[in-house]
Design a protein around this ligand. Structure first.
Ligand code: THU
Length: 165
């Protein structure tokens, strides 16, 4: 018997201005996307921007539905749009932010469990880490080098003995 410990690490910045120019650019894209979200039910708008190895930035935001469970999170809208439009092009990073008309979002929001799994698939697919840059409307910024920091001990294509590329 042995105890296995998994350590999660990420960087916290006090302000967006402390980020690299590239990361700040991605945050701006996520913030441009957030107000275009379709979230009439939760009134919690989420914006995501994904940067690709070819320089393209793909935006996405949450898309809700009167049939609540079929709505989709911003992260998956953005990452699936990248996969759909640029198959085979590596995803470098994703920035995520949120906006509410009911309260101030003063800390970063982290991707939900399903989105963590979706992001993990793309790390696996392209054999590379995807950097995460998470921001609220104000407050601290959270940066992680890989989704493994948020989703350790993953279930992936390897468990199915499937080659994805
Ligand atoms: N949402 C996202 O778009 N991303 C997340 O990481 C968390 C939640 C959306 C889903 C739903 O439309 C709304 O936020 C409230 O849960």
């Amino acid at each position: 018997m042995k105890k296995v410990e998994i350590i999660s690490q990420f960087i916290e910045y006090e302000d967006v201005n402390e980020l690299s120019e590239e990361d700040q650019k991605l945050v701006v894209a996520a913030r441009q996307s957030v107000s275009k979200a379709y979230a009439p039910y939760s009134r919690f708008q989420v914006g995501a921007a994904v940067s690709l190895e070819n320089g393209v930035i793909m935006r996405g935001n949450n898309q809700e539905n009167a049939s609540y469970p079929i709505g989709l999170c911003a992260e998956r809208v953005a990452i699936f749009a990248a996969g759909a439009n640029y198959p085979g092009v590596k995803i470098r990073a994703i920035a995520v932010t949120a906006l509410s008309d009911q309260f101030l979002i003063d800390k970063p929001i982290t991707p939900c469990g399903a989105c963590r799994q979706a992001i993990a698939e793309y790390e696996h697919r392209y054999h590379g880490n995807i950097r995460l840059i998470l921001v609220g409307e104000t407050g601290k910024v959270l940066v992680a080098d890989t989704i493994k920091q948020f989703l350790p001990y993953q279930f992936t294509a390897e468990d199915l003995k499937v080659k994805t590329s």
